[in-house]
Design a protein around this ligand. Structure first.
Ligand code: AMP
Length: 370
């Protein structure tokens, strides 16, 4: 007989260890505090937005084995706010504390080739792709996939970094140089109508939940706005949420996952393909802090702490706008606007392209998305 008993929940007073000191770690730490839990941040930076609001902080490198063990021994579970946690770091930690989401999610999401193969094996559509290790591979892949196409490093790419669009086959060598010959994949360019994302969660007992679909607009490769609900066919919205939950189940996932999609439209109907997923809370889910009773941050803490998932129902429409670089200087003007929630991350240096905060406008009325 399988064990029918519910998984143990960490009681209030327990400590959640969080790798990474950015704004996502900060909002996770705040959500933990709301549930009577403590957060211990592990990050190499001297000051971090997350450490500022946490009960404890360790400043050490991700390859400092002694510091990792000391950290793991003081926490009840380890989670992370960025997906490029080195595999060795996760392995060391997992010998001393449970790490959630687990190794499968981390490994799969760190490599674009593994990620696409995993998705296709689940029957989930992605852009057509080919592995590229050499310039010859790239030329062959371009013959197969045609142009335009996008060359992306397999590892360590984010916000458009580590990727080059190739418009003509004779641009292959320059593109290969631009990614310094790193292991890569070539993706067919998807002429998408829009980009949407789903924030889903899976609990330790295997139950899952997905928030409504958000529609994302990027500027300079950085998320600019997320609008909820996305204006898409209701059946497509249902499908996007179901796909996100299928991915979570396929990864034996525990926690919140962000899944990004391209919406294609051939003039007759919309279809979906997955661009990528992130094994963590996601910028395009920030609207949940103000438009839902349980935010993505609380949902993640609930899941990794073995609590039941909260209800992801949205109680109004919302538009989240990132404040990038000096846009944060307008905080006072934002503070005059009613139904506008302001979230500032406490970062001191408003460098260009840096996420300094976000605002969420709550829209009166409610558009049913299904
Ligand atoms: P990524 O780092 O893979 O999320 O890509 C960043 C952005 O580049 C995406 O949000 C899209 O706007 C664009 N992009 C990435 N891959 C493709 C593709 N295969 N076809 C069209 N646009 C893409």
């Amino acid at each position: 007989m399988p064990d029918q008993s519910p998984p143990p929940s960490l009681p209030p007073g327990s400590t959640i260890g969080i790798l990474g000191g950015g704004q996502l770690g900060r909002m996770l730490a705040l959500a933990a505090a709301e549930l009577g839990l403590r957060a211990h941040i592990y990050a190499p930076e001297e000051t971090s937005p997350a450490a500022e609001v946490a009960s404890a902080a360790t400043r050490a490198a991700y390859d400092d084995e002694a510091a990792l063990i000391a950290f793991a021994d003081t926490v009840d579970v380890v989670t992370y706010e960025f997906e490029n946690v080195p595999g060795e770091t996760a392995r060391i930690l997992s010998e001393h504390a449970p790490v959630r989401p687990g190794a499968k999610a981390l490994m799969t999401s760190q490599d674009r080739l593994d990620e696409k193969n995993f998705l296709n094996a689940l029957g989930i559509a992605t852009a057509p792709f080919a592995a590229v290790d050499t310039l010859d591979d790239l030329k062959t892949a371009l013959e197969k996939l045609g142009t335009p196409a996008v060359l992306k490093t397999r590892r360590l790419g984010y916000d458009g970094k580590g990727q080059v669009k190739i418009d003509q086959p004779d641009a292959a060598a320059a593109a290969f140089d631009a990614i310094a010959g790193a292991p890569a994949i070539l993706e067919g360019f998807m002429p998408f109508e829009k980009e949407v994302s789903v924030i889903a969660a899976r609990a330790q007992d295997g139950t899952s939940a997905a928030y409504d679909v958000g529609e994302n607009v990027h500027r300079d490769h950085i998320l600019h706005t997320t609008t909820v609900p996305a204006v898409i066919d209701p059946a497509i919205a249902d499908n996007a949420r179901a796909i996100a939950e299928r991915i979570a189940h396929g990864l034996d996932y525990v926690g919140v996952i962000g899944v990004e999609f391209f919406v294609l439209n051939d003039g007759k109907q919309q279809t979906l393909c997955v661009n990528e997923f992130a094994p963590r809370v996601h910028n395009s889910g920030h609207w949940t802090s103000d438009a839902c009773s349980v935010s993505q941050f609380e949902q993640h803490i609930r899941a990794v702490a073995g609590w039941p998932l909260g209800d992801p129902t949205r109680h109004c429409d919302a538009v989240m706008t990132n404040l990038i670089g000096t846009e944060v200087d307008d905080w006072q003007a934002h503070a005059h606007v009613s139904d506008r929630a302001i979230h500032l991350y406490g970062k001191h240096d408003a460098r260009p392209g840096r996420k300094m905060g976000h605002i969420t406008d709550l829209i009166h009325g409610f558009t049913k998305s299904e």
